[in-house]
Design a protein around this ligand. Sequence first.
Ligand SMILES: Nc1ncnc2c1ncn2[C@@H]1O[C@H](COP(=O)(O)OP(=O)(O)OP(=O)(O)O)[C@@H](O)[C@H]1O
Length: 308
Amino acid sequence: MKALSELLLSTNGLTKQYGHHKAVDKVNLHIKKGAIYGFIGRNGAGKTTCLKMISGLARPTAGEIEMFGCKGKELERIRSRVGCLIEAPGLYGNMNAYTNLKIKCELFGIRKKGYIEDILETVGLEGVGKKKTKHFSLGMKQRLGIGLALVGEPDLLVLDEPINGLDPQGIAEVRDTIQRLRDERNMTILISSHILEELSKIATDYGIIHNGSLLQELTSEELMKRCSERIEIELIHPEQAVPILDRMGFTNYQVTDKSHIHIFERLNESANVNMELAKAGILVNGISITSEELETYFLNLTGGNQNA
Ligand SMILES: Nc1ncnc2c1ncn2[C@@H]1O[C@H](COP(=O)(O)OP(=O)(O)OP(=O)(O)O)[C@@H](O)[C@H]1O
């Protein structure tokens, strides 16, 4: 459980029901200040619905959202601290990037000199000049969408699948933009995707959602550890093996569930481990050296490799 003081946003039992269907079911998110939080789930998992509730675009059926220390009706006061890009960015196709931003700035009453140029530079669109946005690539449109979400200088940016459908160059550009926003503007970013791998270069934390329920929250270090090369031991009572591993001098290992231990060091000693456990009368069902692709980890967690 994370200390409440370091959280910028948390949800408690957040639920959205459409008819009999719970699109989001008792979700408890914990997002730290300064995090790039990757919100991962297959199509239809409930990501957009969650992000809409957080951005004030949909009302929860039940549960609570707390951000910037505010909840309930108080959230209205801090709405301007949240910028969002949910579904396609609403762009005026016959206008250029500058004019699109200018219209939003006028709505916000912002007239500061250099403000729009600054945003264009932040999202890497400073050189697009008079080009109408209908002639933009998908990646450029997404980056302008992020630029529009930046008007008003929010502290939290909510981005729904901003890299969906982009080519590898577009993905890299959007990723760079997000990284820069965090590093240079100290923003907290909540970003959804149905491909874990695509966020793995930038995300600091992850929440994995499936069929409306949050399956797991973990840091990028925890994720890397779970996927990294290791000795995997399958046995009936893992707790009995702990003193043996301690005696052998292992420090970097984890009892991962009721029947598995993962050791992340001295990978060439698996036979020795097996022998020591056998000597202590501990029955080992299997011992192997494995690692996992990030995507395999996600697919296994969400029920196998089907229409990811
Ligand atoms: N307005 C609505 N009315 C009824 N059902 C809805 C509505 N919006 C979403 N749903 C349903 O809620 C579930 C979650 O949808 P949601 O769009 O949040 O998922 P998602 O993870 O964002 O997936 P995708 O990436 O496909 O948008 C889906 O089963 C969807 O059909």
